[in-house]
Design a protein around this ligand. Structure first.
Ligand code: COA
Length: 179
């Protein structure tokens, strides 16, 4: 059982091949595309590790800049942004936990960590919300935290909610402070 998690940018020393996730293409993506996406500036990839075994990836998520058409965002958010045809948001492109570590609040821990990064960076590059294209079966994971349905598999979490959630801790896990 993991107790302390460190979240860091994906690096060469991380064992991508050892990450086990049979859902969708989340394992394949980490093995075959994630590093390329980082190099090309398509996505920032963050991994969660146990500081006592820092090569083993317990879970990961990706963040990218993204935009939505004004008419595609929830109506209450359209009015203050009415002069912008496109709205800048942040895409949580992928979030996955190793199959052997699920159900220990690691997914929640990584989600909260992603929210903190998005809130922090929003003072430099503004973003209105976090958006996720949920895989089938994971929708309630996101709605549980206040994500609103936008249509299809797409969900939306406004920055204010992200700010509040980002202040929460995922007991019983604690963060390794040596970032
Ligand atoms: C979805 C996923 C990231 C959740 O990670 P996890 O570490 O197993 O989940 P957690 O232990 O952090 O769960 C946090 C809460 O969400 C709930 N939850 C977890 N997975 C859920 C799911 N698929 N549907 C609904 N609720 C879920 C848990 O019951 C828990 O609720 P609680 O706070 O009331 O105890 C993980 O199951 C996973 O990697 N799935 C495959 C990939 C995927 O679907 N990713 C999301 C789409 S991009």
């Amino acid at each position: 059982m993991v107790e302390v998690i460190r979240v860091e940018a994906l690096g060469r020393h991380h064992d991508r091949a050892g990450f086990a996730c049979p859902t969708g293409n989340l394992g394949t993506y980490l093995r075959e595309r994630a590093s390329q996406d980082v190099k090309r500036g398509a996505a920032a990839v963050f991994v969660g590790v146990d500081p006592s075994a820092p090569a083993k990836i317990l879970g990961y998520y990706t963040l990218s800049s993204f935009s939505l058409k004004l008419q595609d965002i929830p109506t209450p958010y359209q009015r203050p942004l009415a002069r912008y045809p496109d709205v800048g948001v942040t895409l949580l492109g992928r979030l996955a936990v190793d199959i052997t570590c699920r159900g220990q609040h690691l997914g929640e821990f990584l989600l909260f960590d992603a929210l903190r990064r998005v809130v922090l960076s929003s003072s430099t590059i503004a973003t209105v919300a976090l958006v996720v294209d949920a895989l089938e079966g994971s929708e309630t994971f996101y709605t549980h935290y206040g994500f609103m349905h936008l249509g299809g598999q797409r969900y939306w979490l406004p920055l204010d909610t992200a700010r509040l959630l980002g202040q929460k801790q995922s007991a019983p896990l604690s963060a390794d402070d040596e970032r």
